[in-house]
Design a protein. Sequence first.
Length: 71
Amino acid sequence: MTYPAGYNPSSSGGRRGSGSSNSGIFLIIFLLVVIIMIGYTIYNATRPITYPSAADFMIYHTFQLDAILSH
């Protein structure tokens, strides 16, 4: 059996490695979310104003829903 580079097959190293890989995955997910949020903010700031933002879209549809439900 071949191990990927940087993987330690010994029991103590393996246990330590699995713990660090879990926190690494969470760190990667967190960084991805932050990058997506920053990218989305920049995208919103640089795109033409003619399109409604996601928040305006949600508010608009909420008002539409209220109008439909009140009738």
